[in-house]
Structure formats: C-alpha cells, structure tokens
Design a protein around this ligand. Sequence first.
Ligand SMILES: Nc1ncnc2c1ncn2[C@@H]1O[C@H](COP(=O)(O)OP(=O)(O)OP(=O)(O)O)[C@@H](O)[C@H]1O
Length: 898
Amino acid sequence: MTAVTGLPPTMADRKDDVTPMLSQYVELCEQHPDALVLFQVGDFYEAFCEAAEEVARVCEVTLTQREDSTGEYPMAGIPIDNAASYLERLVEADYRVALADQVEDAEEASGLVDRAVTRVITPGTVVEDELLAAGSTTYVASVVERDAANGERDGYGIAAVDASTGECFVTTVPTRGDVREELDRIQPNELLVAGDAPTVAPDGDWMESAVDAELFEPTVARDRLAEYVADPDRRLDNDAEQRACGAVLAYAEYTQGDDGPLEYVSRIRRHDQRDQLRLDAAALRSLELFDNRGPGSGETVFDVLDETASALGRRCLDRWLRRPLVDRAAIEDRLDAVDALVDDGVVRSDLSDLLAEAYDLERLAGRVSRERANARDLRALHATLSIVPELKERIADIPALSDHHARLDELRDVATLIDEAISPEPPMELTEGGVIKQSFDDELDALRTTEQEGREWVADLEATERERTGIDSLSVGHNQVHGYYIEVTNPNLDQVPDDYTRRQTLKNAERFYTPELKEREDEIFGAAERADSLEYELFCEVRETVAAETDRIQALATTIAELDALCSFSIAATEGDYVRPELRAASDDAHISIHGGRHPVVETTQAEFVPNDTDLAGGDVAIITGPNMSGKSTYMRQVALICLLAQTGSFVPAEAATLPVLDRIFTRVGASDDIAGGQSTFMREMSELTEILHDATDRSLVLLDEVGRGTSTADGLAIAQATTEFIHDELDATTLFATHYHGLTDLADEREGVHNLHFAATREGDDVTFLHRVAPGASSASYGIEVARMAGVPTPVVDRARDVVATMTGDASDSSVADNATDAADSHPTSDNDTATDPAASAAAADDALADALAEQTLDPETVAAVAAELQALDIATMTPLEALNTLDSLRSQLDEE
Ligand SMILES: Nc1ncnc2c1ncn2[C@@H]1O[C@H](COP(=O)(O)OP(=O)(O)OP(=O)(O)O)[C@@H](O)[C@H]1O
C-alpha cells in the first residue's frame, strides 16, 4: 500500500464541491504535500478519503462514512485526549503527521472555526513527552558533500539537531566511510535529503525525508544560521557544514509550526573527529555498546554501566560512551571525580538519591522556550532547582568536583519567581484558573476576593431568604444554563415576595432570582472569567521570564547530567568491582597492560567468569587461536572495552590496567556473521579491511575476528597473513587477531612483534570443557567437530566428519583422530610444538596430499561438470550449516564413486 500524504486523491477530484470546513482541510493538505494531515473536529483528529483508510489501517480505528450536503466520503478519527499512541503508530509507519488544530475557541468563532497546522510530527523531530522514551535522544540529521568544484577540499559536512532538547552539533569528515561512522554514532531517526542538493544518505535505520533543496542553498542556510549564532562563518567550519546545519534547523522549525527560530537551540557545537576516540560502525556494533544482537542475550555495555538516576544523566552517559575522549587531562578529570565518589559511599548514595529527583531539564527548557510548558512543567523545573543547593553542599568538599560545584547555578531568581507565582499543585489546563498563587498579583487577588465574597454571599442567601420569606423549604442552587436561582416548591408559591422574578418552571417548583442575586451573579462570573484569563496572562509572563534564562537552565542541565553520569560510573565501579585505569604518558607507546581483565557484559551472564591478562606492547600483533566457543571473541572485545571505558572516564573491569590513550578502535568480524545485506559479505569484509589498512595508526587498536573466512581457505589464509604482515610492518597498530587459520601462527617465528595466544580446552571422552583462559602459544586443535556434536548435529554427520578429518590427516584407520588430539594446549602450552605431532600441520599436509592425489586422478569430465553445475546452483546464503555439510558430502561421494 502506498503512503497517503497531502491531499487524498478522491478529495482532490471533488475539491471544488466540498463544504467550507472541508475546503479548509483541502487547503491545509495542499500546503503539506509530504505530510498526512490530521484535522481537528471537536475532540477528534480526523482524516478523510484515502487518508482515512490509511489512518484506520495503521491505527486500527473504525472507518466510518460521513455524509454532508455534498455527498458521502470515508472518515476516520483518533481521540485528541488519547492521541499519543496513535501518533506513535503513524510515525512508526514512517509518516510525517501534520496536526491541524482549531486555533480559535469554537464558541467565540463567528462562523467556521479557524484551523492551522501547529506541529508536524516526524520520527526525528518528536518533542511530545508521551512519544519520547525517557533519557533518549531523537535527532534529525543531514549530510552535505563539500563542493570540490568550488575549491573546497573533499569531505562532508554533517549536522544534527534534537528538537526536544535543542542540542545541535556539526562536524566535517573526510570520507564516505567516516560519514557512515558518524551517522552510526549519532543514530539519527531521520535523515534529510534533497534531490537537487549534494546530500548524501547511506543506508541505515533512519527514515529518509525528502525536503526542498532550497533549504540547502548556501545563502538560505547561512541566513538561517545567523538567527542562531552571531557569526556562522566563524562558528562553522565550511560551506557543507553550514548547509547541512541550516537545513536541519529549517526542518526543525517547520515541524514546530514554523514560528521562527527555535530559541532553545542556544548553541551549535562543533565536534572534531580528532577530539574523540573514534569507533567505526563495526566497532559500535560488535562491541555491543548499545545494541546486543547476540542470541538469547539482551544486556549491552550501556545497560551494565547505566546506574544513572535521571533522564539527564542517562542521555549524558549515552553521549560519553559514543564519544570517548582522547584528551588525557579531560579523562583524568573524570577519573578523579569517579575515584572520589567510589571512595565516599555516603556522598555517592546521597547524590544518587538527590539526582533521582531531577526532572528532564533539557526537555523542560525546550518546552518552556517553545511556549508549550504548562504550570506543572514549571513546578517540575522548580522541584529540580530546589535540589541544587543540597547538591552543592554535598560536593563542596570534593576537590575533584570543584568545577561542577562552581558551575551549579541555583537559578535562585527563577526558582523564587516560580515558587511565588505558580500554585504548588496546578492543573494541566492553563485557562481554567488555579494556576497562579495567591498574593502574586494584586489585581488577581482582588478579582478572586470579589468572586469569593460573592460566592459566600450566595452561600448565605438561603438562610437569609428563608428568614425573610418564612419558607422553610426554600433553597438556593446553580446550574450551567440558568445560573443562580432561588427555588420555591409549588405549595409555597403564594409566599414569594414581589422582588422575585421567575427564571424557570419545574413540575413541582418554580425558580426565581432577585435583582441583587443577578447582580452578584454577574459580579462572580465576571470576576472569575477575568481572573482566569488574567491567570493565563500572568502564567505566560512568568514562562517568558523563565524562557529568557534558557541558556542558564541548559547549562545547569549539563552540569547535573555530568554529575549523574559520574555518579553512575562510581556505582557501576563499586558494584562491578572495577578499578581505576592508569593512563600512560602521552609519549609512551601504545602498550596495553591488563591484569585480570573481564568483559563487562559477559561477566554478568556467567556464573564464573574467568579473568584474563593482556600484555601487548604498542604495535604488537596477537594471533589468537582456539576451539570455537572457547572465548576468543570475548577476550578481544574485553580488551577493546577496557580501553574504551577508560577513555570515557570510567573505571574498568580488571584487577589492574595500565593503558595508552588510543586514537581509534577498529573491529572487523569475518563474513557470515552478518549474512544479510545483499552485497557479497566477503566483498564487504574486504572493503572494511581496506579502511583499517588505510587509517589505522600506531595509536590504534585493531580487532580482527576471523577475517578472511568468507573465501576459500587458501585465499583466506593468504589474505589474513598479508594483512597481519602489513599491519605489523607498516602500520604498527596494536592488533588482536582471532583466527582458525593455524597457518597464521607461524608468523610468530618470523616477526618479533607477532605473538601467539590460544584458548585451551580439556576433553574427557566426548566431552569438551572450555577453560576460557588465555595462554601463550598457538592452539593445536580446533574441536570444530566436537562443537558441531554439542550443537546437535546428527551423529552420522559427526561420524562422517571425523572420517573426513581422519582421511585428510592420512590416518584412515583411526576414526577418532580428534580424540587423539588430546588437549595439546595443556600438554604444549606454547605453540611452537613439533609439527609432526601438530594435527593442524598434519591437516595441512593432508590437504596437499589430497590435492596431489586429485591432480593425478583422471575424473570423468561429465561427472566433474555435473558436480560443478550443482555447486554453482547452490544458494549458500540460505543454507544451514548442516545442509551445507550434507551437500558437500554428497558431492564428494559423486567424485569418490568415480
Ligand atoms: N573468560 C570467560 N569466562 C567464562 N566464560 C566465558 C569467557 N569467555 C567466553 N565465555 C563464554 O564462552 C562463550 C563463547 O565465547 P566466544 O564467543 O568468545 O568464543 P569464540 O572462541 O570467539 O568462539 P567462535 O570461534 O565460535 O567465534 C561466551 O558466550 C561465554 O558464554
């Protein structure tokens, strides 16, 4: 089903013959051709014709038929009071939803109520609290290629804005690969593109939104930016940054109802890739920082570290993990603060308790500035401000937090204003009174007194009139239609005084008013009405005064957020038994030295996690071998994560760690771990490898996990070996390389900086136990068949596989050759064992022998052709390993029969 935006086709056909109300709808639809327009009719947002069908389908609401003087047409509506969940569905279905609200009071409107689009809701610019997860970020981003023809250097300008908090930043990156890396880090919900502008949009989880190319025009963009920063040319690095940033801001303005610049976007930050530890997309993914796609698991590194108490802190932690630091002094500052909080359990828990009372100041500031904050929001702001003095007091004696102490602005003026002006428990509605406190405004107090006195007078009226008239059953009441009345039952009507005027006749009684009651009534309602609207005016004034302090509120939000993130690090460190890493001096090489290191996530899932040491001098390459499932990947990731966490300022899961400040972490996981994607996975693996070989430096950490396995064994090994040699000889990047290519381990003999490490396993009978302990030297057996058996591969296949191994190692008489390969790791803890007893070496020899034998053999060309055709027809990407193994076996037997 194609999406329905703008004017629904059926409505377009009859647009000249619709009621005035629908012609308003037509006009608004035409003004928003890319959005699905929801049109307020009373308490509902309605859509018509094809748009109605779509709303009914996506939101699962009833499709009805509306009939008016011009005919019948489909209509579907969602209740405004409960719109959030429906809007969420529409946005999830990739719609931009334009809300056309009634912008006049229906009772006051003369004729048709005026409507206007007040908000366009899109995945990247949602600001409604109900639609946003607490502590999350929602960015709309855009990427513009630099104009080489214009004398600019190659590269791309990237900008992103979070319309709910006003956070806005730009950066410039040199290559397309870097664009991808930056977008993976930002994780925008929406990416703006324009056909006629040099926008770039790599595939990703974001929704692509086509916008008018004009937004990217250099002069248009610069003019827009000038509304936000004093000197765009100085603040932003180049034309592409300006164009990208101008466009995202224009789009954010459009979605907020096009009321001009967003005041709460008070600064535009520039990120420079060189100022942060760079993580490529593969690293973000495979280190499972934010997303754990592993089977049966769910926790991410973020989850383990997240002990934040507030949404502000959560967002800050997220930012820190996405952008670890490279500035030693800044890292040490954070570590000092965490250290101090680890040492002082009382302050730590007090801080955490206090921070839990902080509301989301970043979003509050956004709402205040957009004039969307209600009285409860201001009270929430006040509640947050009121914890600041105590926060200050708590951290006053901690030197490592002196900067935060100085930055904690109590915003007393704002706090006092809100406290004096806004009722402690105000209603949601702003126009029905109860918002402004007594004694804040004399005129308001006078009006409320008049109202109050009037009501008291009315309350006393019953007694007074009973006495005056002698009618004991006389009562005073009020209803919406007739206002105040005096009710007298029919039997007493003869006692009614002359100044009573009849207002309403009931079955058993008559209702009256007196001139004075009428006068009081006018007074009461007049005063109440004026008071309500005065309250609204006063509220708006207070909100405006607060909005003028947006910068200070945002600065306070940043400080509180940082304190929360630091506190979270200290809690995670205490609970997880982490230590403070020691950073090497800048001049030292990239030597990584970890004692008793652990993987922060895997250790939480294992009853007994085995800690492992790491000692890699800068530029060292560790070739890691070992059976499947023995812990190679976990080990490599734990080394990378320990380095990464240290550079975010966190303590690390180890007994001790002395670490360099890295510039980049690269990870490449061999093909078939990400089978999806269409592109040949091997091709992708190689192009990612290319990036490493171009960009890694002597301060980079490179993790290679089974790189090369997407192609034939010989080619794979050749590539793996050449890669290792290049990294070692040319790049000097510290590298961990997990591989099943045992041939690679020979490199350790040839090159000084190449070491072998292996993971051992023990075997008893058919049972393999993994020790998960890293040891020097190469592993001797791969235990692949054992793992296949443990995974449930049927016995005939396992047995056959053993036979094949046995044949290849030239020992056909012993089908349990794998058993013979007792754990060489235990008996030969170092690799360089005698090749004659090394099954890996004998397997290689067997390979050669088999190849020779095959070469000598004369096979029937027809059979060979048939096997080749069958091989070519295989759709390997969709086969299970078991099917592959069986097919291979059957192909082999066809040749064997020859
Ligand atoms: N140090 C450890 N202590 C305890 N358990 C561990 C340890 N390391 C890994 N494990 C467990 O072993 C499992 C397999 O680890 P991992 O994926 O690292 O193995 P691998 O050698 O990389 O396997 P493959 O070669 O198949 O990719 C992990 O999911 C975890 O449950």
